[in-house]
Design a protein around this ligand. Structure first.
Ligand code: PLP
Ligand code: COI
Length: 341
């Protein structure tokens, strides 16, 4: 199959329209059989639940070309499961997990010409999402929904690739205790837009959000979980009910323990202890593992010993092992890679 003529190695994290997307509609209590379409537009009522009350959830995942030329996705069953949890929290119907995975496979297969070649540094980002489509004016869930999957080739999420980032402690909160921080709902991102624009205007790459109740514990950024490394090489990752359960983070914990023989602690992380860590990184599908060199808390700088030039040594090992698994260079744990073709 001939690939599209795209400058793969210079892609940023942006939207490029691909040939096919998957659509299924929910009406009268059930999902239709779903189909691939070339139509990249959505037509809905002006009063649709998603437009009035932000009733929408989504997922983010990637397809990779492996060293031996296969196209694979990474743990799509976990994205399917997380979308079920997101949908339930927003009173949306569940899109069956097996159908979710099949829709992803169908979308990637149909857009195989857009899956970046092995070694290009780019990947195919896949965005499954679901929204309330019929009119609602009283505050209540919609009765009709659309589930869609599109894909777009992407490069690194942060400009500059793997150069360490500078982030600031945000004065804005991301998620309330007992709120929606643990699900992947559009509303969590809408409310982060002001904070990210403000952070960029002040010269920072991202925000570190603290727990809203006490503002003493590390939560996450707008689009990734945190990962720290202590001076004696223990991997520490914040545990909280109001952060997104990152699939990348869960995978890295396994990689750290089972591939690298490292000690891992998943626990509450006080902001106060951050200055004592040796390395810091952001992990997520889009971020992969992006190293953090500096955290600024209202003028007080925390500079990690690993510096601003390159990733710290443990972060680098985690990165190499995870991407090695995703690209088929390192044997994956059972069930982690779904071969598409
Ligand atoms: N946290 C937030 C707020 C995110 O948007 C994402 C991205 O999906 C993550 C964490 C990382 O999750 P995952 O590794 O499943 O992509
Ligand atoms: C992802 O990593 O898939 C996300 O959804 C994060 C988003 C900020 C791009």
């Amino acid at each position: 199959m001939e690939k599209k003529n795209i400058d793969w190695s210079n892609l940023g994290f942006g939207y490029i329209k691909t040939d096919y997307r998957y659509v299924s509609n929910y009406k009268d209590g059930s999902w239709d059989e779903g189909t691939l379409t070339t139509d990249d537009t959505v037509t809905i009522s002006e009063c649709a639940g998603v437009l009035q009350y932000a009733q929408t959830v989504f997922e983010g995942m990637k397809a990779y070309t492996t060293e031996d030329g296969h196209i694979v996705t990474f743990r799509p069953d976990l994205n399917a499961e997380r979308m079920v949890n997101s949908a339930k929290r927003l009173e949306m119907p569940v899109f069956p997990e097996d159908r979710f995975v099949q829709a992803v496979v169908d979308t990637v297969k149909a857009n195989a010409a857009f899956v970046p070649p092995y070694g290009s540094g780019a990947t195919l980002y896949i965005r499954p999402y679901m929204f309330g489509s019929n009119p609602v004016i009283g505050v209540k869930p919609a009765d009709e929904y659309q589930f869609r999957v599109f894909a777009t080739p992407v490069g690194p999420y942060f400009k500059g690739g793997v150069k360490p980032l500078t982030i600031r402690v945000s004065d804005f909160d991301r998620a309330a205790p007992h709120g929606t921080g643990h699900i992947k709902a559009g509303l969590n991102y809408a409310m982060s837009l002001h904070a990210i624009v403000d952070a960029h205007n002040q010269g920072f790459d991202e925000n570190m959000y603290l727990d809203a109740a006490t503002r003493t514990k590390v939560e996450e950024t707008g689009g990734a979980n945190f990962l720290f490394v202590t001076k004696d090489n223990t991997v520490v990752t914040p545990k909280s009910n109001s952060i997104l359960p990152s699939i990348t983070r869960r995978s890295l914990i396994y990689v750290a323990e089972h591939y690298l023989g490292l000690k891992v602690e998943e626990r509450e992380v006080l902001f106060e202890e951050v200055k004592d860590f040796a390395e810091c990184g952001l992990c997520g599908t889009a971020a992969v593992i992006s190293p953090v060199g500096k955290i600024v808390d209202h003028g007080n700088e925390i500079c990690f010993p690993a510096g601003m030039e390159k990733m710290g040594p443990i972060t680098q090992k985690l990165y190499d092992t995870l991407t090695g698994i995703q690209m088929g260079r390192i044997e994956a744990p059972e069930g982690w890679l779904k071969v598409i073709e």
